[in-house]
Design a protein around this ligand. Structure first.
Ligand code: PAF
Length: 283
């Protein structure tokens, strides 16, 4: 596996592959890789003969007081895991390389509406940072297909919308969330949990399942949302939101909508956990 940090070297390798007519799959990450990321790489390798992975802790998507400085950086172990997973190229741009005029002067990409609700309401500017860096990375890597985890469901929708609105010739593929045996979704931020918090953390997924089961029984959404929040609080989590939305665009569901998603975000100590569960309402 080749590792490249500078743009001209990346562009020349990509030009070589595209010139040879090889399809390219792309998995953008912020590193500190776990089995969920490696599943994305596996999917990328199934989709194209060339698989590029980027590792870039993107300062533009972190707000003031968030964990940009503390975000775990584990490049040597990540590179080894990617080599074993069969990635062809690891792209590790620097902050100066991606934002040469500085972050404040960077041209930004905004997906209005979808970016301002749920995680976007709690983390103003977050999805502008995500959309901007993913758009830049797409222009650099020029993938045919890009793979993202469904754990970050709102992010996946923001990226799909951005790709569609900007007519970027990239297919966006979502991959199912990888979980610990007790249901906790794998996340680079799970490392922030103390032993006690780790024991409480799977409650988020359990509550999402309880809400999904309630929806399948035809229980009213508002009742499910408030009992779900109370269940999270009882387990020591501080819910940011627990809500049922339409799966296609995160709008409040109308009575005939069948494809729904239950989304939750909750603080547990230093970790802000997020998770979601897609559900089909038939009654
Ligand atoms: O999901 C992530 O790790 C990041 O938000 C992404 C998509 C790599 C953009 O920085």
């Amino acid at each position: 596996m080749e590792q490249i940090s500078d743009t001209p070297a990346l562009r020349s390798r990509i030009a070589e592959w595209r010139g040879a007519g090889e399809r390219i799959a792309f998995v953008p990450t912020m590193g500190n890789l776990h089995a969920g990321h490696l599943r994305l790489v596996q999917r990328g390798r199934e989709l194209a003969p060339r698989c590029v992975v980027s590792i870039f802790v993107n300062p533009l998507q972190f707000g003031e007081g968030e964990d940009f400085g503390a975000y775990p950086r584990t490049l040597a172990a990540d590179a080894e895991a990617l080599r074993q997973a069969g990635a062809d190229l690891l792209y590790t741009p620097t902050v100066e390389g991606l934002y040469p005029r500085g972050q404040a002067a960077q041209t930004r990409v905004e997906v209005p509406g979808l970016s301002d609700i749920l995680c976007g309401a709690s983390r103003p500017g977050h999805f502008v940072g995500v959309a901007t860096v993913v758009c830049k990375l797409f222009n650099l890597v020029q993938p045919d297909v890009a793979v993202f985890g469904e754990k970050d469901y709102q992010q996946l929708l923001v990226i799909r919308r951005m790709t569609e609105d900007l007519c970027l010739p990239v297919e966006i593929v979502g991959v199912e969330t990888v979980r610990e045996p007790d249901g906790l979704a794998l996340s680079s931020r799970n490392g922030y949990l103390t032993a006690d918090e780790r024991r409480a953390a799977p409650r988020l997924y359990q509550v999402l399942r309880e809400v999904a089961e309630g929806l399948e029984r035809g229980a009213p959404i508002s009742q499910l949302e408030s009992s779900g929040k109370a269940a999270l609080e009882a387990a020591g989590l501080a819910p940011d939101y627990l809500t049922v939305r339409r799966a296609s665009d995160l709008a409040t569901p109308a009575s005939g909508d069948e494809a729904l998603v239950v989304l939750g975000a909750a603080w547990l100590g230093k970790a802000r956990l997020i998770d979601n569960l897609q559900v089909r309402r038939t009654c």
